[in-house]
Ligand binder design. Structure first.
Ligand code: NCD
Length: 309
């Protein structure tokens, strides 16, 4: 199969098929087996980072990935450090970055920002999070982690728990999973249910059901994907006060949900995972963080070079 990522924008995970994702995962397996830490595949290539919203893992993993391949990164990690603070529009910022960088990563508070940037940019644009819309590279590393931990994505029973209304990682995850055949349980307090338009897009493709609490499920689970309440996206602070602290994964949850259940979380976390879980073999969130660097390194390699090995 020809490299399906070469020269492409990564705006929505919906633009990528199961075959594309599997291509990325097998390249990532190969890369992690062979990585000696001194690859020069992206020597002289430049990654341009434009972060209009806070980030720890997405930005650092892209930087670490670029460094691992011999490339360099430049950019800004908050808008007050760019001319956006002086009123520069997004279009001029994106075009400027394209003069210096070969590929751009944009994180922005507005839905549609990554799509807009991709339309005007002559360089490939990777969406590092667009409002509450999508976070496609997070879904890539999430599925890769699931596959690594469980050997497959088909047949898995996956609960996605938390802020399903505003969490952009949830949307990309759900769209990505709809290429496979898992059973998905969406668990949230009623005010944080998944947005209907997304459910309509996936409900004919995968088995999916909605619940208010993990306790409502009889079945054991393979994966519990926990998310943080996206406080900054609530239009009304009182709405946030009503739902905060309304769910938590603790040690009894693990016992009830099966001896091999894996706990994932895109991070950052607030208090939705009991700290006692960190030391158990169920906790895989730091593996996700590690896999994020691998996936993003391979993705950058594939976007920038036709024959990335
Ligand atoms: C997430 C994000 O920014 O959407 N973080 C991440 O990139 N792993 C999740 C969040 O902020 O809750």
């Amino acid at each position: 199969m020809d490299n399906p990522f070469y020269g492409r924008d990564i705006v929505s995970i919906k633009d990528f098929s199961r075959d594309d994702l599997e291509y990325l995962f097998s390249k990532t397996d190969r890369f992690s087996e062979n990585a000696t830490g001194d690859s020069q595949m992206l020597r002289h290539k430049v990654l341009g980072l434009m972060f209009f919203e806070p980030s720890t893992r997405t930005r650092l993993s892209f930087e670490a990935a670029m460094a691992a391949l011999g490339g360099i990164s430049l950019g800004f990690s908050e808008p007050t450090l760019s001319a956006a603070e002086k009123g520069e529009n997004l279009s001029d910022t994106v075009r400027t970055m394209g003069q210096y960088a070969d590929v751009l990563v944009l994180r922005h508070q507005k839905e549609g920002a990554a799509k807009f940037a991709a339309e005007i940019s002559e360089r490939p644009v990777i969406n590092g999070g667009s409002g509450s819309e999508e976070h496609p590279t997070q879904a890539m590393l999430d599925l890769y982690t699931m596959k690594k931990e469980k050997g497959t994505i088909d047949e898995l029973r996956i609960a996605i728990v938390g802020d399903l209304k505003y969490g952009r990682t949830v949307y990309s995850l759900l769209y990505a999973l709809s290429n496979y055949a898992p059973k998905v349980y969406l668990i949230s307090p009623p005010p944080l249910k998944i947005r209907r338009e997304a459910l309509l897009q996936v409900e004919d493709k995968i088995e999916i059901s909605e619940h208010e609490s993990l306790d409502d499920l009889e079945e054991s689970l393979d994966i519990i994907y926990v998310t943080r309440i996206q406080r900054e996206r609530f239009p009304d602070p009182q709405e946030y006060e009503r739902v905060k602290g309304s769910y938590r994964i603790d040690l009894p949850t693990l016992e009830k949900k099966g001896k091999d259940v894996v706990i994932m979380h895109p991070f950052p976390r607030a208090d939705e995972i009991h700290p006692g879980i960190d030391g158990t073999r169920h906790a895989k969130y730091f593996n996700q963080i590690f896999n994020g660097k691998l996936i993003r390194a391979v993705l950058l390699g594939l976007v920038l070079t036709k024959d990335f090995e």
